[in-house]
Design a protein around this ligand. Structure first.
Ligand SMILES: [Mn+2]
Length: 350
């Protein structure tokens, strides 16, 4: 059986505060990225298509979002590809019964493996396709580890199991994420674990990986780093292959705000409708002419110019003898705070 695993389509998303051309183009980008993955599935003759949560960006939908989503999912159905879907944190209303995922299930466009909590017990009901059991765990927030441990204890070593879960390995920092130690409990009990929630590609463990996160096919946020795509897994050969997604071109540049700044800016080669992220290092503390910079890059074809200005920070050299313990504490706290902020920013957006 050939499986394609994708996640975090975030259909319906628009940039923050977005109206106008940029917002409309980005709105379409998410549908285009999703359809590109569906086309890969059709071309590669996939049997089962897995979407591991966050199909939609919001739990309440405008009619056009639903219309476009149904058209994409119908393409899979028309090609006899079974689609399995779970809810992510972005799709969830209060219960599964209230969500648009339930509507798609009722329309026969997707199948959702049942998961519920009854009398303080978690109940997993897999969907069986051929000889493989597909389990689903929608977004769980802080109890994700507990739910995963419970499922791992119920799994039979000899059975062929695939787990779909809206989580990634992110330790304690990112809400709804799990830890590698929890994924270890599934070793030898699963053929494959289809994760999500994080927006860049990852796999675990290093040798013979079985837990995968494909990443959001489009940039949910322009800060996102890393690869994005989908994974095709063959249940017979146990081989997996990564396919990069089709997303809007985004280029980043770092420029110093010096006398030659505008010459350097003019040298940038821009593809039509690409997004430009420009980090300006302002060592002279001169006023940055944002509008002028944006205009120049837009005239060269940029769809959007995202400017980040970094001001020169006073050098932190001090005579250590002049420092008292309070001073050191203060500095440590400040640096620690900056370090943690940087680290959090580096983590993927969820
Ligand atoms: Mn997401």
């Amino acid at each position: 059986m050939k499986i394609l695993h994708t996640s975090d389509w975030h259909l319906g998303r628009r940039p923050v505060g977005g109206i106008g051309e940029y917002s409309n183009i980005r709105y379409e980008d998410y549908f285009n990225a999703a359809e590109y993955i569906v086309d890969i599935a059709i071309e590669k003759k996939i049997d089962v298509f897995i979407i591991a949560g966050d199909l939609f960006d919001r739990s309440s939908l405008l009619p056009d979002i639903l219309f476009k989503t149904e058209k994409i999912l119908e393409k899979l159905r028309n090609n006899n590809i079974k689609t399995l879907l779970i809810e992510g944190n972005h799709d969830k209303i209060y219960t599964h019964e209230d969500s648009w995922i339930k509507y798609l299930e009722n329309k026969g466009l997707v199948m959702v493996p049942e998961f519920k909590k009854e009398n303080e017990k978690y109940i997993f009901t897999p969907i069986k396709i051929e000889d493989i059991n597909f389990y689903g765990i929608p977004y769980q927030g802080v109890v994700i580890d507990e739910v995963l441990i419970t499922l791992s204890q119920q799994l039979d070593r000899d059975k062929k199991n695939i787990i779909i879960t809206h989580t990634g390995i992110g330790g304690n920092f990112i809400p709804g994420c799990t830890k590698s130690g929890i994924i270890d409990f599934f070793k030898d009990k699963v053929l494959y674990m289809a994760g999500g929630h994080l927006h860049s590609y990852s796999q675990y463990p290093k040798d013979n990986p079985y837990f995968f996160v494909p990443g959001c096919p489009e940039y949910w946020d322009l800060n996102e780093n890393g690869e994005k795509g989908c994974i095709i897994f063959d249940t017979l050969t146990k081989e997996h292959a990564f396919f990069e997604s089709k997303k809007r071109k985004l280029s980043s540049y770092d420029l110093i705000y010096s006398d030659t700044f505008f010459d350097e800016l003019n040298k940038i080669q821009i593809e039509k409708n690409e997004i430009i992220r420009l980090k300006i290092i302002n060592e002279s503390n001169k006023l940055i002419e944002n509008e002028k910079i944006e205009k120049i890059l837009k005239e060269k074809g940029a769809l959007k110019v995202d400017i980040l200005v970094k001001y020169k920070i006073e050098k932190d050299f001090v005579n250590s003898e002049e420092l008292d313990i309070k001073d050191i504490e203060k500095r440590l706290l400040n640096h620690g705070k900056i370090y943690i902020l940087k680290m959090l920013k580096k983590q993927q957006n969820i």
